[in-house]
Design a protein around this ligand. Structure first.
Ligand SMILES: Cc1ncc(COP(=O)(O)O)c(C=O)c1O
Length: 445
C-alpha cells in the first residue's frame, strides 16, 4: 500500500522566473543523457539539430493538427514529411501514410488497419490472429490486447532472428497480419524481411515491417555502402511500415510515420462519424488533438539534414557503435548477441551476473537498460556517446571487478528483481507488482 500525499491545487500563480528556475532544478534529477551516460530514450544528433527542433516546435506549439483545414501549414508539413519518408522507404506514387505521436501509435494503427481490412474481406474470421516474432516491440501485443487479436509468437533462431520455418507453421486461416522488425529492439537484429514477405504473399496476408528504429538509419547506412538487406516497400509483399521520426530521425518527441502501400488498405485506419451533434467527425489516427509542434519540428529536421546530413550522422554513429561493441566484446566474459547491423545491440554473458554489473554502473552515474530471456544489457548509440565510450569501458571493467570480488554485495536493486522474475515458472505472476509500480509512478508519496 502507498501512503498518498494530497497536493493542493495552487491558489495563486507564481512568477514566470520562479517557475523556470524550478523546471531547471527538476531537470537536475534526470538521467544525464547529454554526457552520453544513458543508453536509450534520447536520440541526440547534435546541438544544431536540437536548437532547430526546439525553435520549430515553439513556433507551432499552440497549433492543432486535428483539423488540417484550419492549419494548411500543418497539413502541408505533414504531407511533405509522409511523402519524403515514403520516398526514403521505397514507396511509389501510391504510397500513403500519416504522422502519429510515436512508434506505438503507428503500430496500433497498422494492427487496427489489418484487423478492419480482414473484417471487410474475410468476415468468416471469428478470432483474428497476428503472427509476430517474440522480439517484436510490445506495442504489437498492446495492440493485440486493445483490439482483441490473438498474438502468436514466432520463436527465435540462435542468431535472434524470427524462425522462418516456424513462421510458416504458425500462420493459419485466422491470421490477419504478419510482422517483422528492421531491426527489433532487444538485440538490434533485423528479421529476414524478404523471406517473411514472400510467406505473406503465399498466404495472401498483410505484412507489417516495424522500422521504428531503422527507418531513418538503415537507408543511410546502405547509402554509405554498408550491407543492409532491403526491408521496405522495395520488397514485394510489405504492406505497411512504421518509422519513428523521434528516434534516428532526430525530431522532437511525439513524431512517427505509418505508411501503407496503397490507400484502399489505409482506408481501414480511419475513424469517421457523421451523426455527432458536434459536426462531421473524421480522424485519421488514435489521437484527437495533434500537436503542431511535433509536426513542424519533424519537417524542419528532415529539410535541415537531407540525405547528406543523415548519411553523415549514420556513418559517424556506426563508427561510435563499432568502437563500443569491439571494446565490450574484448572484455572476458562478455559477448554481443546475434549480428546487429546498426547502432542498437545487446551484450550477454555466460558467467557474469549482468544485473549486478548494471547496478554497479548505475551507482557510478550510468543509466543502464537490462533485458532478460537471456539476461543482457542493451545499448542504443547516438552522437551523445562520442566522448563517453572510453569512460564507460573503464567503468565496466571496474564494475566487473567489483561484482566478481563481492557478489554477495549485489542482492538488492535490479539484481534482486530480475532474479525473482527469473525464478518464476510463469512470468505473468509478475504482472501484479508491475501494475503496482505503474500506479506508484503518478502518486505523490
Ligand atoms: C522497434 C521498435 N518499435 C516500436 C517502438 C515503440 O516506439 P515508441 O516508444 O515511440 O512508442 C520502439 C521503441 O523503442 C522500438 O524500438
Amino acid at each position: 500500500m502507498f501512503t498518498m500525499v494530497q497536493l493542493q491545487f495552487p491558489t495563486t500563480g507564481k512568477a514566470k522566473k520562479e517557475i523556470l528556475d524550478q523546471l531547471q532544478d527538476l531537470r537536475g534529477q534526470d538521467a544525464n543523457w547529454r554526457d552520453g551516460r544513458t543508453w536509450s530514450l534520447v536520440y541526440y544528433g547534435g546541438e544544431d539539430i536540437s536548437d532547430l527542433t526546439r525553435q520549430a516546435y515553439q513556433l507551432f506549439s499552440q497549433e492543432n493538427g486535428l483539423n488540417p483545414g484550419a492549419f494548411p501549414s500543418l497539413r502541408q508539413m505533414e504531407t511533405e514529411v509522409v511523402s519524403m519518408t515514403a520516398d526514403l522507404l521505397g514507396g511509389g506514387g501510391e504510397t500513403v501514410g500519416n504522422m502519429t505521436s510515436g512508434g506505438t501509435e503507428s503500430i496500433l494503427m497498422a494492427v487496427k488497419t489489418a484487423r478492419d481490412y480482414a473484417r471487410a474481406i474475410r468476415p468468416e474470421i471469428r478470432q483474428p490472429e497476428m503472427v509476430l516474432p517474440v522480439t517484436a516491440h510490445p506495442a504489437f501485443s498492446k495492440a493485440a490486447a486493445y483490439f482483441d487479436i490473438k498474438a502468436v509468437y514466432i520463436p527465435l533462431t540462435e542468431e535472434y532472428l524470427a524462425d522462418i520455418s516456424m513462421t510458416k507453421e504458425l500462420i493459419n486461416a485466422n491470421t490477419i497480419l504478419l510482422v517483422g522488425s528492421a531491426p527489433a529492439y532487444p538485440h538490434g537484429v533485423m528479421d529476414p524481411i524478404e523471406e517473411m514477405a514472400s510467406i505473406a504473399i503465399d498466404h495472401q496476408i498483410p505484412f507489417h515491417v516495424d522500422a521504428c528504429l531503422g527507418g531513418f538509419m538503415l537507408p543511410f547506412l546502405k547509402k554509405i555502402g554498408e550491407p543492409v538487406p532491403d526491408f521496405d516497400f522495395r520488397v514485394p509483399g510489405v504492406t505497411s511500415i512504421s518509422a519513428d521520426l523521434h528516434k534516428y530521425g532526430y525530431a522532437s518527441k511525439g513524431a512517427s510515420v505509418v505508411l501503407y502501400r496503397e490507400d484502399a488498405y489505409r482506408q481501414h485506419q480511419f475513424y469517421v462519424r457523421s451523426d455527432w451533434p458536434g459536426g462531421l467527425f473524421a480522424s485519421p489516427t488514435m489521437a484527437g488533438t495533434r500537436p503542431g509542434g511535433a509536426i513542424a519540428a519533424a519537417w524542419a529536421v528532415l529539410n535541415y539534414l537531407g540525405q547528406d546530413g543523415y548519411s553523415r550522422l549514420a556513418d559517424s554513429t556506426l563508427q561510435i557503435t563499432r568502437r563500443l561493441k569491439e571494446a565490450l566484446a574484448a572484455i572476458p566474459g562478455l559477448h554481443i548477441l546475434g549480428n546487429p547491423q546498426m547502432s542498437v545491440f545487446a551484450v550477454g554473458s555466460e558467467e557474469l551476473n549482468l544485473y549486478a554489473v548494471a547496478d554497479e554502473l548505475e551507482s557510478k552515474g550510468w543509466h543502464m537498460d537490462r533485458q532478460h530471456l537471456p539476461p543482457s544489457l542493451h545499448f542504443m548509440v547516438t552522437q551523445a556517446h562520442r566522448e563517453s565510450v572510453d569512460a564507460f569501458i573503464h567503468d565496466v571493467q571496474k564494475a566487473i571487478e567489483a561484482v566478481t570480488g563481492h557478489p554477495e554485495a549485489y542482492s538488492e536493486g535490479s539484481t534482486a528483481m530480475y532474479g525473482m522474475v527469473g525464478s518464476l515458472p510463469d512470468k505473468s505472476l509478475a504482472h501484479g507488482f508491475m501494475r503496482d509500480y505503474l500506479s506508484s509512478m503518478t502518486r505523490k508519496h
